[in-house]
Design a protein around this ligand. Structure first.
Ligand code: CP3
Length: 344
């Protein structure tokens, strides 16, 4: 039964003797099983368009580490791809857009988002839900409107996203129009994922760190709040817990709490949080630095103990990393970490 899930119990702010465990980017290049499947596809997005393959990939970390939640295998950039921006993942380069947003006209000309264009994602959700044990929830996800806008305007990954920063300064009105279109698309997309079987939703604000405090509220948190409100007001999604991951935000964590997310996924450097003041108000997830997994077993143990001590008296703590597992991490370290947390 899904109600037996310790992950859902933690999201419901229940006190548990052992925290549930899952990892951001738990399916990916660090696993040899993943690389064996990946080599059959040139373009990563073509692999995401195959629901059977997505199911196999999402199940790999569940089978390898016996985790307490699975995450949909897909990518956040499916939405801009469906909007006609032409997303490709090139070898060693990350995502590259054929038609990035360059002018305010490009924003106006974006065709209406049709959630049915992403049927391949909902089919993957359905396959994974059916493959999972009944007590293991499936996490559906979307990028935040701001993070999707940043990729769509920049047209590729970048260190400082200077074109995006210039665009929002010079085209304020169109920026808000674009963010509104993305917010509507995220809502329709997440609702379809829930209809297909997703039990929990996570919003990835992976480029939160680009904005200062004022900009962050205006360009990102505002739209996340609208998105969460739409999910909470909809009959299909109203009871689905929403987790918010915000990468290194330049604002008081209290602003993240006011989005009404059910759980905050804490970035690894996010230590300015008064945990006691949040007890029973919101669940918390994270925030071990993924680089710790490159260290010795002794050092891993030391850092894990620090985290588990920190959250010991918190009702609704979910063990996770403060950002995704990177390709250079040894799967044996992931196994070691998981066993450590379970035997604490
Ligand atoms: O277990 C999982 O989490 C798998 C599902 C998943 C992927 N991407 C698969 C993926 C999820 C939840 C994501 C989210 C995602 N995608 C985010 C938010 C999380 C974060 O790390 O902040 C972001 C920013 C993206 C965009 C993206 N996707 C980039 C920039 C890249 C290339 C660089 C990189 O990190 O690899 C991807 C590609 C990608 N998405 C891969 C995987 C497994 C690797 C692709 C490959 O094998 O070539």
């Amino acid at each position: 039964m899904i109600n037996d899930s310790i992950f859902l119990k933690a999201l419901n702010k229940e006190k548990l003797s052992t925290p549930p465990i899952w990892y951001m980017r738990q399916a990916g290049r660090y696993m040899p099983e993943y690389r064996a499947v990946r080599k059959n596809f040139k373009n990563f997005l073509d692999m995401c368009k195959n629901p059977d393959v997505c199911c196999e990939l999402a199940m790999q970390p569940i089978e390898a580490f016996n985790l307490d939640a699975a995450i949909l295998f897909s990518d956040i950039l499916t939405i801009p791809d469906a909007m006609g921006l032409g997303v490709k993942f090139l070898e060693g380069e990350g995502p590259v857009f054929d038609n990035p947003i360059k002018t305010n006209k490009d924003v106006i000309n974006i065709p209406p988002f049709n959630p049915n264009d992403l049927d391949y994602v909902y089919k993957a959700v359905n396959n994974i839900r059916r493959a999972l044990p009944s007590n293991i929830p499936l996490i559906g996800f979307a990028g935040s409107p701001w993070t999707l806008a940043a990729y769509s305007i920049e047209g590729r990954s970048s260190k400082n996203f200077n074109s995006t920063k210039d665009f929002i300064k010079n085209n304020e009105e169109e920026s808000h129009i674009f963010l509104t279109k993305l917010t509507d698309a995220c809502f329709l997309y997440l609702r379809k994922q829930v209809e297909a079987g997703a039990n929990v939703l996570q919003i990835f604000d992976s480029w939160a760190n680009l904005l200062n405090k004022e900009q962050y509220k205006k360009y990102s948190l505002h739209y996340i709040e609208i998105l969460i409100q739409a999910l909470k007001n909809d009959s299909v999604t109203k009871n689905i817990p929403v987790i918010l991951f915000s990468r290194d935000p330049k604002c008081d964590p209290q602003f993240l709490v006011s989005t009404k997310a059910d759980c905050l996924s804490l970035y690894w450097s996010m230590n300015n949080l008064n945990i006691n003041s949040l007890n029973n108000k919101i669940a918390l997830q994270g925030n071990l630095n993924p680089e710790v997994l490159l260290q010795s077993d002794e050092l891993i143990q030391l850092e894990v103990n620090k985290i588990l001590e920190k959250f010991k008296n918190f009702n609704g703590y979910i063990f996770n990393l403060g950002h995704g597992i990177t390709p250079n991490i040894d799967p044996n370290k992931v196994k070691y970490l998981t066993n450590l947390v379970r035997s604490y």
